[in-house]
Design a protein around this ligand. Structure first.
Ligand SMILES: [Zn+2]
Ligand SMILES: [Zn+2]
Length: 290
């Protein structure tokens, strides 16, 4: 069995409307792409900040620009007009845990993908509001990023820890042009591990990093190894924003998981997790779709 739970039904453009993309025909395109690759477990996880209810949690100017749609309409659409699992990608906003819990608990999600895109006001993976232009050193940004990832896990708000080392998004040349931390990066990963271990959160292996300047799977193998040693289960996703990226580069993700001895993936139903044996990709040696 294979999963792709971190899926967006539209690109990140502000004018990619719900009316145009939250349709059964569009969901069907994702399902068809998944079936072709032998991926049976599929779910939608739209960004929480695209819904007006997110403004009860945080009023960052970026969120105010994007919060157009109604969250309950989205939930109804996924449940009633698609055969996808109902998920959401929610940002961790320190200090707003109770407000986010209210938004999440009022809906019957199958799972919540928890992300750290912002360190306070600054984004790690966007040109706008960039944390990289804050004058902080790369070391400080990396330290704060992994501390926040640990806090996000410990908050208990999330089932899946998204793109766990997103801070490497820009690859070797982040926008402020300062050198990245070098050497053994486990000194940073270490800052997130206690929170991950204590929470029991599933750690996402995401092929999205391969499509960004990072050019690597999230998380780095050494970080994933530490998560596994801490007992974390794995969730596998592509973070696709269009049907043709569903299951993108899963060959590489499956190779990594096999190398590290991971034999099971997390599946979710109404926020209950089970582990299922990893299946083969369609068309790969020894593999029929499962
Ligand atoms: Zn994300
Ligand atoms: Zn995403």
């Amino acid at each position: 069995m294979l999963t792709d739970y971190h899926l967006h039904l539209r690109p990140d453009d502000v004018d990619a409307s719900a009316a145009e993309h939250f349709t059964s025909a569009n969901a069907e395109r994702y399902r068809a792409a998944a079936s072709e690759r032998g991926i049976a477990e599929l779910g939608a996880s739209e960004h929480v900040y695209r819904f007006v209810q997110a403004l009860d949690v945080w009023r960052h100017p970026f969120w105010e620009r994007y919060a157009h749609d109604d969250l309950d309409d989205y939930c109804r659409f996924v449940r009633e007009e698609t055969d996808l699992r109902l998920g959401i990608e929610a940002d961790f906003v320190p200090g707003a845990e109770d407000r986010l819990a209210n938004v999440l608990e009022a809906r019957d999600f199958d799972y919540v993908v928890g992300s750290v895109h912002f360190l306070r006001e600054g984004a790690v993976d966007m040109d706008d509001y960039s944390v990289w232009s804050s004058g902080r050193s790369a070391e400080e940004i990396w330290r704060r990023y992994f501390e926040t990832v640990g806090e996000s896990a410990r908050s208990g708000l999330f089932d899946i820890l998204a793109h766990p080392d997103l801070v490497k998004y820009w690859g070797p040349h982040p926008p402020n042009g300062r050198p990245l931390p070098s050497g053994d990066l486990r000194r940073y990963y270490e800052l997130a591990i206690d929170g991950i271990a204590e929470s029991g959160i599933a750690v996402e292996v995401s092929t999205a990093g391969l499509r960004k300047r990072a050019g690597e799977i999230y998380p780095a193998p050494a970080f994933l190894e530490m998560c596994l040693e801490a007992g974390a289960p794995v969730a596998l996703s592509s973070d696709a924003h269009r049907p043709q990226d569903v299951g993108a580069d899963y060959e590489q993700a499956l190779e990594l998981l096999e190398r590290l001895g991971v034999g099971e993936l997390s599946v979710f139903d109404r926020r209950t997790r089970r582990l299922k044996p990893i299946g083969a990709l369609a068309g790969s040696p020894g593999g029929e779709p499962q």
